[in-house]
Design a protein around this ligand. Structure first.
Ligand code: NDP
Length: 286
């Protein structure tokens, strides 16, 4: 029988120990770790996500400050705000919600966040550090997958891990995290993407399959082998319901372990953002 991973339970457990660490930090340093979230424009998905972040901060006893800018904000105005937040010793971590209005250069903005406050790990310096195997922060979604695998004792060493997706937010940093020379990493990897010929040829070889595509149920029953471990990062809305990248019901009796959607990786992601914020706060007091 497949083991179905309860991401909500894991998120709650991580949050409980994190909250205790945050409270210790506040007692010791008399500073509350604080996350500043910058949002430009009125993108509904972004507004919703920011609300979720505010809740996560509250649950972890981390301070939260929202900077809402109108969509006509210029790049220079945004850069000025980020510069002020970079210099503000009361702000531990900064995230700039994307997508930004079209006239703003997203890369330039992401590069302007001080690497020591870059809790989303979007700054190229932090991505570079991760690529060299010396990460300062881990990007939150692949960090959530890594944490989940550790807690469920899913060992990638000696197995074949196949990642479908190579985005800078999920697939690519996921591969870099699993390539690290450390416990729960040391992976042997195949990375697939939209230009991969015969995707199922590769997915069928996976001992561990991580799907981060954004295409509802693209991974079908005949594309996986018996006993595979499946981590489904995909979140796709179909007729008002959330579904993953894996045809969950079809594969269930074939897999050994699987993360459901919703309730798998998703709930853990924001807790990892909180973990990064506490880490960033530590840099300001040392
Ligand atoms: P992107 O669209 O940025 O990347 C998708 C990746 O999938 C690309 O590398 C793309 O290839 C690849 N791809 C697309 N079509 C195919 C195909 N037919 N066969 C093989 N590979 C394909 O998405 P993200 O990485 O940002 O997100 C992926 C999924 O994860 C989404 O469903 C998203 O909602 C979800 N997500 C969930 C989070 C959470 O749970 N907290 C957080 C972030 C994302 P190419 O590079 O060639 O274009």
């Amino acid at each position: 029988m497949a083991k179905i991973i309860d991401g909500r339970k894991i998120a709650k457990e991580i949050n409980e120990s994190l909250k205790a660490k945050v409270e210790d930090f506040i007692k010791k340093h008399e500073i509350t770790p604080k996350l500043a979230v910058v949002i430009a424009g009125e993108d509904p998905a972004s507004l919703f996500y920011v609300k979720m972040i505010a809740k996560s901060c509250e649950r972890a006893s981390i301070g939260f400050e929202k900077y809402s800018l109108p969509s006509e904000t210029t790049e220079e105005e945004l850069l000025k705000l980020i510069d002020n937040l970079n210099k503000n010793k009361k702000v531990s971590g900064i995230i700039v919600q994307v997508p930004l209005p079209e006239h703003i250069n997203q890369e330039r903005i992401q590069e302007s966040v001080d690497p020591s406050k870059d809790v989303d790990c979007f700054n190229p310096i932090n991505m570079g550090r991760l690529a060299l195997g010396k990460p300062e922060f881990l990007p939150c979604t692949p960090y959530a997958v890594y944490e989940l695998m550790k807690r469920e004792n899913i060992v990638v060493e000696g197995k074949h891990t196949v990642i479908v997706g190579r985005s800078n937010i999920v697939g690519r940093p996921m591969s870099l995290i699993l390539l690290q020379k450390k416990q729960y990493a040391n992976a042997t990897l195949t990375i697939c993407h939209s230009r991969t010929n015969d995707l199922s040829y590769f997915t069928r070889q996976a001992d561990i399959l991580i799907a981060a595509v954004g295409k509802p149920e693209i991974i079908k029953r005949d594309m996986v082998k018996e006993g595979v471990v499946i981590i489904d990062v995909g979140t796709n809305e179909v007729e008002g319901k959330l579904v993953g990248d894996v045809a969950y019901n079809e594969v269930l009796d074939k897999v050994s372990v699987i993360t459901p959607v919703p309730g798998g990786v998703g709930p853990i992601t924001n807790v990892m953002l909180m973990q990064n914020t506490l880490r960033a706060a530590g840099k300001l007091v040392n």
